[in-house]
Design a protein around this ligand. Structure first.
Ligand code: CA2
Length: 152
């Protein structure tokens, strides 16, 4: 079967507040802007993006499971679940799709509890602290990885 020309973009809890609160940390762009940035980076490579944001862990898990059917990879900013969720990590490793982990802020320059990520070692691409532009970087690097796997 050929590789689907679609990525799943997952944004975790509270990322719906982007552009509305804490602009000093997360910038002025909104979640809609982020989804557009990712979609444009993917479209440049002939790939579409299915975007999901939820404040409910189970909704994110269901979207990750569904990606197994029709997506080539997953770009995810798990929000605070990064630092707490074995469940999210298990979903990502369970679907066995290539994963790019994105954080808008530089988590390593923030509180110590943000330094640990349950997702880190199930992701093949990590983009940390590039602001919302990091979503484009993550899409491009993930598609490069997928192309390398497909070619190899
Ligand atoms: O830097 C990132 O992208 C984070 O994943 C964002 C999470 C935070 O818990 C991680 O440590 C790092 C927080 C997402 C909440 O986003 C907000 C956006 C605007 C206003 C309030 C929260």
């Amino acid at each position: 079967m050929s590789t689907p020309r679609r990525l799943l973009l997952v944004n975790g809890p509270n990322l719906n507040l982007l552009g509305v609160r804490e602009p000093a940390v997360y910038g002025h762009e909104t979640l809609a802007d982020v989804e557009c940035i990712a979609a444009q980076a993917a479209a440049a490579r002939g790939v579409e993006v299915r975007a999901v944001q939820s404040n409910h862990e189970g909704v994110l898990i269901d979207a990750i499971h569904a990606a197994r059917e029709d997506c080539a990879g997953i770009v995810i900013n798990p929000g605070g679940l990064t630092h707490t969720s074995v469940v999210l990590r298990d979903a990502l490793s369970g679907v066995a799709l290539p994963v790019a982990e994105v954080h808008i802020s530089n988590v390593y320059e923030r509180e110590e509890f943000r330094h640990f990520s349950y997702v880190r070692d199930v992701a093949v691409v990590h983009v940390i602290g590039e602001g919302v532009a990091g979503y484009a970087t993550a899409v491009t690097r993930l598609l490069d990885t997928i192309a390398g796997v497909a070619d190899g």
